[in-house]
Design a protein around this ligand. Structure first.
Ligand code: ADP
Ligand code: MG
Length: 576
């Protein structure tokens, strides 16, 4: 068994692949992420994580935080580390030992190997120091993995397509970086990375701290720590709510402290801070030689990307919807875990939980497959489309939910079907919206609604949307490649035939009612016979071309027909 570990500046996490799925392991308090903080007591006691952070209020000179900053660097400028005579490696080892302990306690077995992540900008000595820290903790590092690569793995971006480019925006507690990756055949390469090792969520805590303390006198250190904790709490709350009130009872011995801060005040406060990250983005993009449209995805990781203002600003910068379907503070550990699972063989490389293994769609006219959610889409996801009635006064529409890669509905697998009632309307006038939604558990919910009556049907399809046998997926994909030409020509034929079925009766009417000039007649008649013979012969491209010619040949006459109809309507109106 191999662990996946995110050894972060402010938070760390550990995971493992269990029965094929990557999971993060929670500590005794049920938390999957622990603070990267260590308290060293006077008698050699050690506490790690939340317990250590709590000690910071009463014993700040014995609590080490943000030790990652000093990993592998010759010059260490941290008074606490100096006072405690600890090396960054020793402190990191204590954090790793705690993660190992949590894992062994959860798994009820000893574990000796791990994949550990580091920032893409870490140099050789920083990577080597990370390895040594793990060894001190009794863990052999089987792979040092770049954090942005781990994030991309967590998002299933290695399955996006054969070759893709992604940007990973990582805004954590004390550091920021943007990395541009290129993935080819499942292997990632860092094209560029740029960041600021002194920029992160801690800055926002300090801004809020200053805001709260405005007008108050000098406070004892313990009370300052209290206010700093409250500042972070307020920040987190404002990612969800529009306002938050900080309350500290008897903060100066007699009176209570109370102050409200709104989301928009926070947005105002952090505007310049967020802008600084964009400068790094700009630089990294420049270095990578890519432009925004070249990117297949932009993913956000790091706890600070939970801030709505950050998400909006980054999305606007990259002119893209940013992917935030994974927990931003867990994505890197999850990616490390996936890598560990692949290396240990606990996880098949083919199908990961977080993407749809095959396309999902419904059958439309002519027996065609209409894809709503393409294969390899990261879940959870949602997609919808409008459909209309094929015949006048159609009472209901049959929704056949299909899975597979083939162009014709009959070659795909039906995983559900139902009928939705339709309002009485002329052909092509009714509007039925169909929406597919897959939640994080892989459950597909299909909703169909007649937009004019509002009547809808919702059907839940458990399991089959995501849980497909590897071999079946391979067979389906293989067949779609094998029959690609046949499938495509059948789709072209079917689409052209549908168009012909509409066009031929209309042309007949135009001819009968004398809208066609003599010099046009021959051309139209030839075109009609070409359409008919292409239908008989079943030649897709010939039919497509013939339909197009017929459409063009009758254009002038069709226009005359419409004009006449309008004139008649006008005359009738005048007469009334
Ligand atoms: P790192 O990679 O630096 O260890 P994380 O990715 O765990 O850090 O991010 C930690 C930062 O995210 C902290 O500054 C924390 O306050 C911030 N954070 C966590 N949750 C939220 C939230 N809901 N809203 C805003 N900031 C948050
Ligand atoms: Mg991080």
């Amino acid at each position: 068994m191999i662990l996946g570990i995110d050894l972060g500046t402010t938070h760390s996490a550990v995971g493992v692949v269990d029965s094929g799925f990557p999971i993060l392991l929670a500590d005794e308090e049920g938390k999957r992420v622990i603070p990267s903080a260590v308290w060293y007591g006077g008698e050699g006691e050690i506490e790690v994580g939340r317990k250590a952070l709590r000690r910071r209020i009463t014993d700040p000179m014995r609590v080490v935080t943000s030790v990652k900053r000093w990993m592998g660097s010759g010059r260490i400028d941290d008074p606490v580390l100096a006072a405690l005579r600890k090396t960054p490696e020793e402190v990191s080892a204590d954090i790793l030992r705690e993660l190992k302990r949590i894992a062994e306690w959860r798994l009820e077995t000893e574990v000796g190997q791990a994949v550990v992540t580091v920032p893409a900008y870490f140099n050789d000595s920083q990577r080597a120091a990370t390895k040594r820290a793990a060894e001190l903790a009794g863990l052999e590092v089987v792979r040092i993995l770049n954090e942005p690569t781990a994030a991309a793995l967590a998002y299933g971006l290695d399955k996006l397509k054969e070759r893709s480019r992604v940007a990973v925006y990582d805004l954590g507690g004390g550091t920021f970086d943007l990395s541009v990756l290129e993935m080819q055949d499942g292997v990632f390469q860092v094209l560029a990375t740029h960041g600021d090792t002194r920029l992160g969520g801690d800055d926002v805590d300090r801004m809020l701290f200053d805001f709260l303390l405005e007008g108050l006198g000098e406070l004892p250190v313990e009370m300052q720590m209290r206010f700093l904790d409250e500042s972070e709490k307020a920040k987190r709350a404002l990612s969800e709510d529009l306002a938050y009130t900080v309350r500290i009872p008897f903060y100066d011995g007699s009176s209570s402290f109370e102050k409200t801060i709104t989301r928009s005040e926070l947005d105002q406060m952090t505007r310049e801070w967020i802008k600084k990250t964009l400068k790094c983005c700009q630089q990294a993009m420049l270095d990578s030689g890519l432009k925004n449209p070249d990117l297949d995805a932009v993913v956000l990781v790091g706890g600070s990307t939970r801030m709505p203002a950050v998400r909006e600003t980054v999305a606007a910068f990259f002119e893209k919807n940013v992917d935030v379907t994974q927990h931003p503070d867990e994505a890197i550990a999850l990616g490390a875990t996936i890598q560990a699972g692949v290396l240990s063989g606990a996880m098949s490389k083919m199908v990961l939980l977080d993407v749809t293994p095959l396309s999902l769609g419904i059958e439309t006219y002519g027996g065609l497959m209409n894809v709503l959610i393409p294969r390899n889409t990261t879940i959870p996801c949602k997609a919808g489309e409008m459909f209309t009635n094929a015949a006048d006064g159609q009472q209901s529409m049959r929704v056949r939910v299909l899975q597979g890669e083939r162009e014709m509905a009959r070659d795909n697998w039906e995983i559900g079907k139902f009928d939705v009632e339709m309002e009485n309307a002329p052909k092509g006038q009714a509007r039925v919206g169909v929406q597919f939604k897959i939640d994080a558990d892989g459950i597909l919910e299909v909703l169909a609604r007649d937009t004019s009556t509002g009547k809808d049907v919702i059907v839940r399809i458990e399991n089959s949307a995501v849980n497909v046998d590897d071999a079946a997926v391979e067979q389906m994909v293989g067949e779609s490649v094998e029959f690609a030409f046949e499938d495509m020509s059948e789709r072209i034929f079917t689409e052209a035939k549908l168009k012909a079925d509409e066009l031929l009766p209309a042309v007949e009417m135009i001819l009968e009612q004398g809208f066609v000039k003599d010099e046009e007649r021959l051309e139209i008649e030839v075109a009609v016979s070409k359409v008919n013979s292409a239908i008989t012969s079943g030649n897709a491209n010939a039919l497509k071309a013939a339909v197009k010619t017929l459409d063009e040949a009758t254009e002038a006459a069709a226009t005359r027909l419409v004009e006449r109809a309008m004139e008649e309507a006008l005359e009738r109106e005048m007469a009334e």
